[in-house]
Design a protein around this ligand. Structure first.
Ligand code: HSE
Length: 437
């Protein structure tokens, strides 16, 4: 039986999961692939810690070069993470003619254009299913199952930590800080949670998906990114009163030859299935011109769900090797010569609906002053609500708008926040609701 030789670089949580599947599900994989997927090397700086796996004799090494330079190794599984040494190792493996499987969204979002070009030059595959949405087969779905469609939009909950925190604030009425501390106690959030809670991890993922969906170069720097650290139980409660739930969404649309790519807390109507996705799971809706909408749902992180996606890539590459083909499917779905630079819509040009909350003095004329400023900037109000008790002499004044342009909203809120009848920074949350006019 043909043997496919695999080198695993990095044996942390996901790397360990991959090794487990390759070793413990070997018979199943052999039956499905028709070849022996052999874990020849596992390289990590720590080969002493017991990972609960019986590695075959001689597999573990602290020397990454053993697998990067071994002519027998067919593919390298990069499970180091981050955009430091992982990039050098990946380029070295590519230049040595090895296929690559990675889950490294940070690296692909920042340096994907260079890495995909290197893979093309060297005639190797670069597979990355586990980089977005853990076990959800979103990459394969967009690249292969939806290949006949113009993708119109993608809307996703792509960070389990943020979704857990928002669900916790909503369910228990606790603050962001308390919910974050609980996420850390549960082991969902990192000790430094910045990448997750400030939306960066989600931005990495939507930058990759937009490239795949629209045939564009990866463009992380133009993805607008806002996290959830300013979300309060009060805004979640108001959202509920209007029939909305707040989710950290990655939103990408293709319209008029421009791409929208943005990450921010968003109010969405309860009837949208994404609002029922609670806790650490991920979900994404993809709209295509032929299929209308599809929805994927599943664990976006964790050892075995993520390892499952990595092994699916290993199997794809193994099957290519067995049939004597490489790069049968372009990694980014489009032929390289068809990949373009597509401009990302500047946030100032965005037109959408908004929720505002002002902490305003409960005095005659305050409402008309605020709505006068909004009117001056062409912001038309859908509804105005003054609810709740006074705190520090202020009352929450909540407004929902008709469609407005972001640049006008920014200017109006800057002017309103300077009023001495308004304390605190105004709160702005964008709304995605097709039912609004
Ligand atoms: N930290 C991410 C999350 C998973 O919380 O969903 C890896 O991207």
């Amino acid at each position: 039986m043909k043997r496919i030789q695999i080198g695993l670089l990095g044996c942390g949580t996901v790397g360990t999961g991959v090794a487990k599947l390759l070793i413990e599900n070997k018979d199943l994989l052999t039956a499905r692939v028709g070849a022996d997927l052999n874990l020849k090397w596992v390289a990590d700086i720590d080969i002493e810690t017991d990972r609960g796996i019986q590695f075959p004799e001689g597999v573990l090494t602290t020397d990454a070069q053993k697998l990067l330079t071994d002519p027998d190794v067919d593919m390298v599984i990069e499970m180091i993470g981050g955009d430091g040494i992982a990039k050098d190792f990946m380029l070295q493996a590519i230049n040595n003619g090895k296929h690559i499987v990675t889950a490294n969204k940070a690296l692909l979002a920042a340096h994907g254009n260079e890495l995909f070009a290197a893979a093309a030059r060297n005639g190797v595959d670069l597979a990355f299913e586990a980089s977005v949405g853990g076990c959800m087969p979103i990459i394969k779905s967009v690249r292969e199952s939806l290949v006949a469609n113009h993708i119109k939009s993608m809307t996703g909950i792509l960070n389990g930590t943020c979704n857990y925190i928002l669900s916790k604030i909503e369910d228990e009425g606790i603050s962001f800080q308390e919910a974050l501390a609980e996420a850390q106690r549960q082991g969902y959030a990192e000790t430094d949670p910045t990448l997750d809670v400030e939306g960066t991890d989600t931005a990495h993922k939507i930058a990759i998906l937009a490239a795949l969906a629209y045939g564009m170069e990866i463009n992380l720097k133009d993805v607008y990114t806002e996290g959830i650290s300013r979300i309060t139980p009060l805004d979640i409660e108001f959202a509920g009163q209007f029939g909305y739930r707040i989710k950290l969404l990655a939103i990408s649309k293709f319209q008029n030859q421009r791409v929208e790519a943005r990450v921010h807390p968003t109010m969405m109507p309860f009837k949208n299935l994404l609002t029922s996705i609670n806790g650490t799971v991920n979900a994404i809706t993809v709209s295509g011109d032929a299929v209308d909408d599809i929805l994927l749902y599943g664990r976006g992180a964790g050892m075995m769900p993520t390892a499952s996606a990595v092994v699916s890539d290993i199997v794809d590459i193994a099957r290519n090797i067995l049939s004597g083909t490489v790069r049968r499917i372009p990694p980014l779905s489009y032929q390289r010569e068809s990949i373009r630079k597509i401009p990302v819509l500047p946030m100032d040009d965005l037109v959408t609906h908004y929720y505002f909350r002002f902490a305003a003095l409960d005095h005659p004329g305050v409402l008309s002053t605020i709505s006068g400023i909004l009117g001056k900037y062409n912001i038309s109000l859908q509804s105005v609500h003054q609810k709740g008790r006074k705190t520090n002499g202020s009352v929450p004044l909540v407004m929902l708008t008709h469609r407005a342009q972001e640049v006008d909203v920014k200017r109006a809120l800057a002017e309103i926040s300077d009023l001495n009848v308004v304390s605190d920074e105004p709160v702005l949350i964008r709304i995605e609701d097709d039912g609004l006019d």
